[in-house]
Design a protein around this ligand. Sequence first.
Ligand SMILES: [Zn+2]
Length: 286
Amino acid sequence: MKIRFLGTAAGGGAPQWNCGCRVCEAARDADVSRTQDGLAVSGDGDAWYLVNASPDLRTQLLANPELRPPAGTRDVPIRGVLFTSAELDHTLGLLGVREAAELDIYATAWVHEALTTAFPLQAVLSGYTRVRRHAVRDGEPVELAGGLRVTATVLSAKQPRYASALAAGDSVCAYRFDADGRSFVYAPGLAAWSPEFEKMIAGADVVALDGTFFTEDEMGATRPASSMGHLAARDQLPLIEAHPGPWYLFTHLNNTNPLVLPDAPELADVTAAGAAVAADGLLLEL
Ligand SMILES: [Zn+2]
């Protein structure tokens, strides 16, 4: 299995265009940039699946050679797109790849509903390309091309702000990918290490964790991380130490998270727990 980290920042990227916080200022000074969250995953190195489609998708596709079309063709090796949520930073990028011959979209029923009603992305795309919807259900494996199997675990009912009028449902999930006896878990919206999540990561080789915030009060006391559906990275470190086995990587970093910076003192705590921070362009081969 191959996993390419296309982007490793939360919504807005890092630095964020309108933010002058300490981390954004340091990132500008050091020319550090993280694009918005997404992955490409392949079981055989030929058939690839995107996981989330950020507004930076076009740049990310151009930057990674395995996702280019062979010379003289338009046959990009992307076989589908899986969404972990309907958040704008995870879905807007599809508008930028409407030139695709077809788009196979995998998501929970709630996410498909949000992308049909509150944000009618799929209807808009259908004017440009052939869209096929595939429902993923909690705990039910789906066989993908290239010997890849994916299983979703629903994590929370946190809804995007634009879809707050919809009834609550399976709006945030994580995915476990399995191929050739190796496994990889991707959980960029993790509110808690629930029993379901602990079951999902059992025996996994690599787990990409929600690194949106380093601390619970990073956005100020009025907007704690937990109120936005994120468990702070620092509060996950004891959980990582209590669940040895997989290699843990933080991704989906908000611009306020000091882990955005390669020389952050907070990295020492992460390393001591046996974890690391993902970088844009990181390629894992399991
Ligand atoms: Zn900032």
